[in-house]
Ligand binder design. Sequence first.
Ligand code: HEM
Length: 512
Amino acid sequence: MSPLLLIFATIVVAFLLYRILSLLTRPSLPLPPGPRPWPIIGNLPHMGPVPHHALAALARTYGPLMHLRLGCVHVVVASSASVAEQFLKVHDANFSSRPPNAGAKYGAYNYQDLVFTPYGPRWRMLRKISNLHLFSTKALDDFRHLRQEEVSRLMRNLASVGSKANLGQLLNVCTTNALGRAMIGRRVFNDGSVGCDPRADEFKSMVVELMELAGVFNIGDFIPALEWLDLQGVQAKLKKLHKRFDAFLTNIIEEHEGSKTEKHKDMLSALLSSKDVADDEGNKLTNTVIKALLLNMFTAGTDTSSSTTEWGIAELLRHPKMLARVREELDSVVGRDRVVTELDLPHLPYFQAVIKETFRLHPSTPLSLPRIAAESCEIFGYHIPKGATLLVNVWAIARDPKEWPDPLEFKPERFLPGGEKAHVDIKGNDFEVIPFGAGRRICAGVNLGLRMVQLLTATMVHAFDFELENGLNPGELNMDEAYGLTLQRAVPLSAHARPRLSPHVYSSISSS
Ligand code: HEM
């Protein structure tokens, strides 16, 4: 055979082999529908400046189970309760790790933390430790008085101010200090005056920056060949921010180790005392893992709760009749001669419905946190490839008109007896409203977050009348969202707070 013929025959055979192989390996099922991807960048341009809005709009065209290609990465998006249930309940084991990303690599000690560590022995160890020391019912009850004291401090400070107060900032200081006392045995920030500790402003801005960076669809995460170019500057910013967080956390640990004589009852003491001792599965807590865990708690556990409270108060201010009904309930259960406590909360059904409705319309992580498919699988007749990133649009699911009549209206009644969602809870069992996610990687701090948001919101509306800045009519309150990984208010809530309880309540609050 002539050489030319040989080359030609080789090409034909190779082509035929390729066709046969691709036919054999092609999944018999189609991928879910989705917008046509651009070459190389795929659907990245479709994500827009506010990805949960853009994905909700795309889902109206392509359906609640959608496929996109971001760079080289397959991404599937769940935008209805039934699709979310498939991923987070039926196939939860297959989606129990998170995809690789620059945020975890450069911002969270290279995946050594609880939020991003792959599902496995380290995840189990960290989840177990945090449940034991922070999130179990016993730990939550043991630290109840700390939360109460911090909320009361906030109340006393607000009562003593004549001028307008930045509620968002104060709520954030309060949640950070309450968490700080349980985790590291002390407050993180001063709050002596409502002008606040300047470090509190800095800390909140660090958390918000981290959430903003984590919310960016970083090109390097989706096109690994371009990672080194850091086209959006995300990696550089993450590295810089990480240094600031690391200095803050190293300082906390050094201080704690330096005061060994005191008997601490906080989480950090327990972590330090079991440092470098292997557990049953051979895992050890190192200084780095401890810092990573503290970082998770201070970032995942502060802004989420304070911004949800801010949204809740804003909704009540915009709906004066609902605010009046909440106050009526509080005044009849608690009265005006004492502050509301966590023990009162189960006796406030209308207020509970207001909180659920706040979480429905303003979930603090609108796209939850991403998961990755460990193996390929089939969902509703579609092929989900191994390695695909899963995004659950919890924001869109909770506004799905097929599930929620008048989805954009703030209507707490829907959660009351006789309402269409009377028996629905928000803790990951009813998939039409999953602000804390669901399945084995559901938010570790769900019960703490709920208690904090409830106590703060109830205390604020029970103890104060609010007057908006410059005599603004509450109906005109700006409710726009500023997007990061968490859902901030575009315009922080500022108001004059006027005490409405008996004067002795504000003066008798302990200042421990
Ligand atoms: C308003 C309050 C909060 C909301 C709405 C919220 C929401 C979420 C969501 C949606 C996830 C992802 C769940 C998933 O993948 O299915 C998550 C994970 C997590 N949250 Fe929260 N969270 C809140 C408060 C807190 C608090 C107070 C803490 C701790 C102090 C916390 C710690 C965590 C941790 C450690 C994870 C990662 C869990 C894991 O990967 O195993 N969160 N949160």
